[in-house]
Ligand binder design. Sequence first.
Ligand code: TXA
Ligand code: MG
Length: 337
Amino acid sequence: MKTERLTAEQTARAGEILKKGGLVAIPTETVYGLAANALDGNAVARIFQAKGRPMDNPLIVHIAGIEELDPLVAFVPSTVYDLAEAFWPGPLTIILEKSDLIPDEVSAGLDTVAVRMPAHPLARKIIRAAGVPLAAPSANTSGKPSPTTAKHVLDDLDGKVEAVLDGGACSVGVESTVITLATRHPRVLRPGKVTPEELSAVLGEDVEIDDAVLHRMEEGAVAASPGMKYKHYSPKANVVIVTGTIEAFTDYVNKRDPKTTAALVFDGEEKNLHCTCLPFGKEKDDLAHANRLFADLRKCDDLGMKNVYVRCPGKTGVGLAVMNRLLRAAAFEIIEL
Ligand code: TXA
Ligand code: MG
């Protein structure tokens, strides 16, 4: 298949392809999504094929306006409107009990559905052009770092999808926060730019944070969010998180082969390191870390690196999302110096 390259002006063409059951990779503010008509089970099944995604991992349904929510879900708890008012359009996904309109391919057999209204104006324009809600996981090959540019999408999916619409680099860089309202207490299943503190403030109660956010799941455990159980976000290179001072980090990393070793460090820490350095923001700048993490991990592969050592970021605010992705990229391997 020849993958069409669409520009920001060609949202109508994207809508046309989606209406006919095709797949289009679209920009959102978080990461690029691989979209299909969410109400067409056959179109959605093709997403799983193109990505090589396990069929038991459900997809997020993207809407362009709040009026599109009601038909997709069994009922709308009033707290949804509070969250929507505060965070939509934006990087927050809400899990609710699903309606019969949602095909099994989208919900992977669960009785819930994940819904998000993206902030990227092109994403909403494409949803409107398609005239239907769009199911869209991140537009990467399953297991790879999520794509934050159209080039990343093409690196993985060229020839496997009908089109990619280039909307430039994504501003957030990590996927949306996923919160479920289908449990007794609201619970964050995946951290993102919208933080647990912000969610708690709007909901008027402390949201729970699922154990799987920062911990490896036990073999055979049932995941609240099936995506949490897979190895994820990893480049071909072996990723290791390193705690401790920059001096200890530098000593440790300088003992490795500089030709095949990369270091993800905070801005300004490169000077004494002999290997390839990819600065990913100032030490306390969690938004910058989120913005650059996936692109840097992909770059390590482009440069043919075998090992990537990463300075351990903080776990507060958006740092929780960065740490959640890093732990999976590193298959939970941490070296404490
Ligand atoms: O920012 C994002 O959320 C991006 C853009 C494209 O919108 N999308 C994205 O989709 O990250 P994906 O498929 O890569 O991640 C969706 C996550 C997975 O971990 C999945 O298991 C979880 O959401 N999820 C989806 N539906 C769910 C449901 N009904 N119950 C529990 N978890 C669900
Ligand atoms: Mg994904």
